[in-house]
Design a binder for this molecule. Structure first.
Ligand code: XMP
Length: 509
C-alpha cells in the first residue's frame, strides 16, 4: 500500500488514481494522520500532496521530522516538496517568477525517479513558492528556466521531491515518474486489481456493520447499484435497498429499476420502492434557484429514507453511492463549491442515522464500473450513462412543474432512442434532453405557437471532471429535432448545447 498524505491540494485523488493505475493499492489520508498509525499501516511508500499554503506561513500544515526517519520512501509533490525541503533544513521562499501551466523541465535521467523520462520534458507547474536552498544530503535532479529546484532527492534515504504535478495529464511523462516511484523506488509489486478493492471493501464493511441493519439509497444508476451489490455481498439480508421514485426520473425508469432490483429481478435483495413524486413536487413548487432545488431534493431524499428506516426499525447505517467527483464538486475538500451533489453537499445538517457509509467515495466513475464488473453486475447496467440524483429537477431550468417534467421526459426518450438507433451512443459518455426556460414564437399548421425550447446535450469524457461536447451527425440531429417538435406537445424549438466543461458543466444546473 501507498499512503497519500493530503495537504489540501486539488489533485489528491488523482494521485491516488494514478497509483492504482500502476496496480498498487493506495489510500488518501489527511496530513494529521499520526506517525504511529502510519507505522501500523506499514505502507511501502508515502506521497505528500500539493496544497494552497506556504510552508513558512502561520498555521500551515506541517509534518514532523520523524516521518523521514521511518525508512519508508517519500515523494513530495509541490507543497509536499517544499515541506520536505523546509523540514529537513533547506529554505523555501516566494519565487521571483511564479510558474503556471505546461513548462519545459530539464531532468537528470540518472535519477531512479526519471528513468525512461526524456531529458527535456513537459510538466505541469502551479506554484508561487519555490525551494531556494536544498537540505544537506540532497541533490537537484530537475530544473526549469526560472526554477532551479524543480526536483531534488536524497536517493540513499529514498526521499524524492518534485515541484511540478506528475499526476495531471499535462505532465506528459508523469505516469512514468509515478510508476518509477511506486514500483522501482518503493518496490511495490503492481499486482493489485479491482477485485482486491472489492474483497477489501467487503471485509471492512462486514467489520464496521457487524450485525447492524443497513439501508441503501438505490437509484438504479451505476454508482448506487454497485454500492448496493457490494453491501449485499458484505451483509446480505441486513441490507434493505430503498428506491425513491421522486417523479424526476427519466421516462419509464421507475419500472425499469424495479424490474432489475425488485422481487422479480436477478438479485435477492430487500427492496422497497417509495413513490414520492407528489411530496417532491410540492416542495419544489415556485423554486427556481439551482442550489436551492438541489438542497430541497437532497433533504427530501433523506427524510424519505429516515421514514423508511423507522418502519424497518434499528437501522444504524445509510449507504450512498457517492463517488469522488461528487465529493470534489460539492466543495468538501478545499475546492470551491460548483454544485451541491445531492448525496454529498446536498445533505441536510441533521441526518437521523448513526453513520453514512460511502464505500465508493474514493473512486472515479470508470473505476466504479470496473468494481461493478468484478461484482458480476451485467454490462448493460455497468456501462449505463450516469443520471444525477436530483434527476430532471436539475435538467429543467427554473421552476419544476409536472408539465415541464412531461416535456423533458418525452424529448429525452426520443433523443436516447434515436441516438441508440443510429449507433452513436457507444461514443458518448452522457447524453440527454433538458428544458430551457425560454419560450419563443414559432409557426405550426399555419398557427402561431409560443412554446418551450428543448436543449440537447451530448458529451464525451472519461472522468466527468472535464468534458467535451460531442458532434452528432447532422442527419441524426434532423430526425431527432423533427420528432421532438412533432411528438412532444409544448415544444417548438430544439437547441444543441455545444459547450465543453469547463466553461460549462455537464448538467445545466
Ligand atoms: P456536472 O454537471 O457537475 O456533472 O458537470 C458531472 C457528473 O455528475 C453528475 N451529477 C450528479 N450526480 N448527484 C449525482 O449523483 C448530483 O447531484 C449530480 N450533479 C451532477 C452529472 O450527471 C455528470 O455525470
Amino acid at each position: 500500500m501507498i499512503i497519500v498524505l493530503d495537504f489540501g491540494g486539488q489533485y489528491n485523488q488523482l494521485i491516488a488514481r494514478r497509483v492504482r493505475e500502476c496496480h498498487v493499492y493506495c489510500e488518501v489520508h489527511p496530513y494529521t494522520l499520526s506517525l504511529e498509525k502510519i507505522r501500523e499501516m506499514n505502507p511501502k511508500g508515502i506521497i505528500f500532496t500539493g496544497g494552497p499554503n506556504s510552508v513558512y506561513g502561520e498555521d500551515s500544515p506541517q509534518y514532523g521530522k520523524a516521518i523521514y526517519e521511518l525508512g519508508i520512501p517519500i515523494l513530495g509533490i509541490c507543497y509536499g516538496s517544499q515541506l520536505m525541503a523546509h523540514t529537513l533544513g533547506g529554505r523555501v521562499a516566494t519565487a521571483p517568477v511564479s510558474e503556471y501551466g505546461k513548462t519545459e523541465v530539464k531532468v537528470n535521467t540518472n535519477s531512479a525517479l526519471f528513468e525512461g523520462v526524456f531529458e527535456n520534458t513537459i510538466c505541469w507547474m502551479s506554484h508561487t513558492d519555490y525551494i531556494e536552498r536544498i537540505p544537506d544530503g540532497f541533490e537537484v535532479t530537475a530544473s526549469t528556466k526560472v526554477c532551479p529546484v524543480a526536483a531534488m532527492e536524497n536517493a540513499s534515504r529514498k526521499l524524492y521531491a518534485v515541484q511540478f504535478h506528475p499526476e495531471v495529464m499535462h505532465t506528459v511523462q508523469g505516469k512514468v515518474m509515478l510508476a518509477n516511484f511506486v514500483l522501482k523506488i518503493c518496490g511495490c509489486l503492481g499486482d493489485w486489481k479491482m477485485n482486491s478493492f472489492v474483497e477489501t471493501s467487503i471485509r471492512s464493511l462486514r467489520e464496521k456493520i457487524g450485525d447492524g441493519k443497513v439501508l441503501c439509497a438505490l437509484s438504479g444508476g451505476v454508482d448506487s447499484s454497485v454500492a448496493a451489490v457490494l453491501l449485499a455481498k458484505a451483509v446480505g439480508k441486513q441490507l434493505t435497498c430503498v428506491f425513491v421514485d421522486h417523479g424526476l426520473l427519466r421516462k419509464n425508469e421507475g419500472d425499469e429499476v424495479e424490474a432489475v432490483f425488485g422481487p422479480n429481478g436477478p438479485y435477492d435483495l430487500n427492496f422497497i420502492r417509495v413513490n414520492a413524486a407528489e411530496r417532491f413536487y410540492a416542495k419544489l413548487a415556485g423554486v427556481t434557484e439551482p442550489e436551492k432545488k438541489r438542497k430541497i431534493i437532497g433533504e427530501e431524499f433523506i427524510r424519505v429514507f429516515e421514514e423508511e428506516a423507522k418502519k424497518i426499525g434499528a437501522v444504524d447505517y445509510l449507504v450512498q453511492g457517492t463517488i469522488y467527483p461528487d465529493v470534489i464538486e460539492s466543495g468538501l475538500g478545499k475546492s470551491a463549491v460548483i454544485k451541491s451533489h445531492h448525496n454529498v453537499g446536498g445533505l441536510p445538517d441533521y441526518v437521523d442515522f448513526k453513520e453514512i457509509v460511502e464505500p465508493l467515495r474514493m473512486l472515479f466513475k470508470d473505476e466504479v464500473r470496473d468494481a461493478g464488473r468484478e461484482l458480476g453486475i451485467p454490462e448493460h447496467l455497468v456501462s449505463r450513462q450516469p443520471f444525477p440524483g436530483p434527476g430532471l429537477g436539475i435538467r429543467i431550468i427554473g421552476e419544476v412543474t409536472p408539465e415541464k417534467i412531461r416535456i423533458v421526459q418525452d424529448a429525452d426518450y426520443i433523443f436516447r432512442e434515436e441516438i441508440a438507433k443510429a449507433g452513436v451512443d457507444k461514443n458518448l459518455a452522457q447524453y440527454f434532453a433538458a428544458l430551457s426556460n425560454m419560450r419563443s414564437v414559432g409557426v405550426m399548421g399555419d398557427g402561431r405557437t409560443y412554446d418551450y425550447a428543448v436543449v440537447l446535450r451530448a458529451v464525451t469524457t472519461s472522468d466527468f471532471m472535464t468534458a467535451e461536447s460531442a458532434p452528432i451527425p447532422w442527419d441524426v440531429m434532423t430526425k431527432i429535432t423533427n420528432r421532438i417538435v412533432n411528438e412532444v406537445k409544448g415544444v417548438n424549438r430544439v437547441l444543441y448545447d455545444y459547450t465543453g466543461k469547463p466553461p460549462a458543466t455537464i448538467e445545466l444546473e
